[in-house]
Design a protein around this ligand. Structure first.
Ligand SMILES: [Zn+2]
Ligand SMILES: [Zn+2]
Length: 344
């Protein structure tokens, strides 16, 4: 067949023309010269359609190009790339669209000006406005938080929030957090998430959890409530020594309302309901652990020496207890000496 345009005898691609004549003076993509993209000055997210997304500028630009450019569907295996200068407000970009048609590769370039508009997203304006739906209060029972414990607790809550945010909950944030009444308060933007966080803290540290709500007025004909989730941590924490019904224990773990302990006299494990242990006496933590020097042992007794006072103490040997080290850790409670359980 002869091409109607160049007259050569060759394969006809379309409308009586060969492929090279068909491609001549034909473009397969078309787009605007200017695109506006909105950026939040608070969190640097970009507005795409009606939502704010945390993606790179290039990724958002690509989304806009896909929406606003028209690409002829004769073009196969389409690939779009962009290069932009680094200007803050008005960026000059080049959009390169490549694809294939028949066995020919087509590359088309378009200049594009991207105007970056500054705005504040709903989330940032809420955050700046001090918006919150719930307060998490963390308190202790019959004891004070140590500075260290407060810091750990604060980090734990912040980490939980961060995880929820990275999983896609952009609307969750801390409006305010403060050390108050010897504990911690967190004002959070979402009550549902605040409840899950409070529950996780309670599951991890034990104690009790209480919730209350407060009417904070009307908005758009809806009654608004602000929630308070109070977590009261027990008087003891993991690793503490307690005395309960004339028996001494070490707390091995806490979860929700169950407290796992190890009996210091015989190494047996036990679990108590947290409510019952409210009557227990907290003796102290790791400061009660002392290092002693092993002197000798008989089948029933072990002799140890206090390295500071050289005082020798005889301790009844617990069942299945063997010593192969020179130094030995004991807990000294009210004139009684216990060996630190190997496994707690
Ligand atoms: Zn031709
Ligand atoms: Zn923002």
């Amino acid at each position: 067949m002869f091409c109607v345009e160049c007259g050569k005898e060759t394969t006809i691609y379309k409308n009586g023309a060969c492929i090279s004549c068909y491609l001549k003076n034909k473009t397969f993509s078309l787009g605007p010269l200017v695109i506006d993209i909105m950026v939040c000055t608070g969190c640097q997210s970009y507005k795409y359609k009606k939502t704010w997304i945390e993606e790179s500028f290039d990724a958002v630009l690509l989304r806009c190009i896909r929406d606003e450019f028209t690409i002829n569907n004769e073009l196969q295996n389409v690939d779009i790339t962009t290069t932009c200068d680094n200007q803050e407000r008005i960026r000059s970009c080049k959009v390169t669209i490549t694809g294939t048609i028949s066995d020919q590769t087509i590359t088309e370039e378009h200049p594009l000006t991207v105007r970056i508009k500054r705005a504040t997203c709903e989330m940032c304006s809420r955050q700046y406005g001090g918006y919150y739906e719930a307060t998490i209060q963390i308190r202790t029972d019959k004891r004070k938080f140590s500075k260290e414990e407060l810091a750990t607790m604060k980090k734990h809550v912040e980490k939980l929030i961060e995880t929820m945010r990275t999983k896609g909950n952009r609307g969750l944030f801390i409006t305010e957090s403060e050390e108050i009444h010897g504990g911690l308060d967190f004002n959070l933007s979402e009550k549902g998430s605040a409840y899950s966080i409070a529950k996780k803290i309670y599951e991890h540290y034990g104690g009790e959890i209480k919730q209350s709500s407060k009417n904070v007025g009307m908005k758009d004909c809806i009654q608004l409530y602000r929630m308070t989730y109070l977590i009261r941590l027990p008087a003891y924490q993991k690793g503490d020594f307690i005395s309960y019904k004339n028996t001494f224990y070490i707390i091995s773990s806490l979860a929700e309302s169950t407290v796992h302990v190890v009996n210091l006299s015989d190494g047996t494990k036990n679990a108590f309901d947290g409510k019952k242990l409210e009557d227990a006496t907290v003796l102290g933590g790791k400061e009660l652990i002392k290092e002693m020097i092993f002197v000798s042992q008989s089948p029933t007794e072990i002799q140890i020496m206090n390295p500071k006072t050289y005082e020798i103490v005889y301790v009844k040997k617990p069942k299945h207890f063997t010593i192969d080290e020179e130094k030995i850790k004991v807990i000294w409670i009210e004139d009684q000496v216990f060996f630190l359980p190997e496994k707690i």
